[in-house]
Ligand binder design. Structure first.
Ligand code: UDP
Ligand code: MG
Length: 311
């Protein structure tokens, strides 16, 4: 049995050695083979340099894939999956927020439960701020209502799965990769375990509020076409309302014979309709844009350099 750990790294120069050593320690007495697959996601710091040093030390079987620029964590994971040779595959962050010890428990669980294909960790968020927690709740309820997949709240990318799951994930060649959705979409029997994220050992998180909002929109657009339906509904509803209002105005003119002095009404209607039209164009645009991106059939990532990957 062999385990492949995939570690996407973006500007993690201070963390890669600590991570490597933590794995060495956590897996010291384990009785199966394992390999580390570091994917350097176009880091601007010494991440690649440090990875090369670790590779030269040759303490753990290791692969290093260096992408030609920053393609994002999802693309880095894809690159790692393509190079993983293990029967079990683990996705784990480089910053030691996710302890390698947990991976051993995940593997043990899969070994003991042949009917399960994946063990996923979800973050225990008891200490989280109220505002962020509110937005997250809103996001999960919106996406679960709109899309065909059902996302487990707070489920992270930190997970271990069997080879078949990896192949299924690789078979989804979409350019905009929303991993939470992809994991839910491929299905398989998944066991969820809670974990408490530790503090980052060094460096900073790459997720700001704006990035999170964009990520949420990516998730909704990528796994549902219902926003388009919303545009249709909105349009039909306005059309009906406009028709009724037109009748009222005409009847008023014919029967009562007064001109409606509706300056305010007109302004409000113009603004309202204009806003709604822009919103709908925006929604359609999101889908058109994605279709355009996908139709170009560009690769999900490009590699600059590889170590330890025999082709
Ligand atoms: N990461 C990556 N490419 C990116 C952003 C992040 O490979 O464009 C990696 C990063 O190096 C880390 C993992 O993804 O190993 C998770 O990132 P981070 O710790 O910033 O996210 P958080 O833990 O705050 O959710
Ligand atoms: Mg982190």
């Amino acid at each position: 049995m062999k385990l492949s750990l995939i570690i996407p790294c973006y500007n993690e120069a201070e963390n890669v050695r600590a991570f490597h050593d933590a794995v060495l320690q956590a897996f010291a007495d384990c009785c199966y083979d394992y390999e580390l697959i570091f994917v350097d996601d176009g880091s601007r710091d010494a991440t690649l340099y440090n990875l090369k040093k670790l590779y030269a030390e040759n303490k753990i079987p290791m692969k290093v894939i260096s992408l030609s620029r920053n393609f994002g964590k999802e693309a880095a994971i894809y690159a790692g999956l393509e190079h993983a040779s293990g029967d079990y595959i683990t996705l784990i962050d480089a910053d030691l927020q996710q302890r390698p010890e947990i991976v051993r428990d995940m593997v043990a669980y899969l070994d003991e439960n042949p009917d399960f294909d994946m063990v996923a960790a979800y973050q225990d968020r008891r200490g989280e701020g109220k505002v962020l927690s509110f937005f997250k709740k809103a996001f999960y309820s919106i996406i679960n209502k709109l899309s065909d997949v059902n996302l487990q709240k707070d489920a992270s990318d930190f997970r271990t799965f069997r080879r078949g799951v990896a192949e299924s994930i690789l078979s989804l060649g979409e350019y905009h990769r929303f991993s939470k959705g992809i994991f839910a979409w491929v299905g398989y029997k998944t066991h969820f375990i809670p974990y408490i994220a530790c503090e980052r050992t060094a460096g900073t998180t790459k997720w700001g509020f704006r990035k999170l909002v964009n990520y949420a929109i990516d998730g909704i657009i990528g796994f549902s076409t219902r926003p388009l339906r919303l545009a249709t509904y909105l349009g039909s509803m306005t059309a009906v309302a406009a028709l009724i209002y037109l009748l009222i105005v005409v009847l008023q003119k014919l029967i009562v014979g007064i001109d409606v002095p509706g300056y305010a009404t007109i302004i409000v209607l113009i603004l309202l309709l204009g806003g709604m039209q822009l919103l709908c164009i925006g929604i359609i645009g999101e889908y058109v844009g994605r279709t355009f991106e996908q139709s170009k059939k560009r690769p999900i990532y490009l590699t600059k350099e590889k170590l330890g990957c025999d082709e």
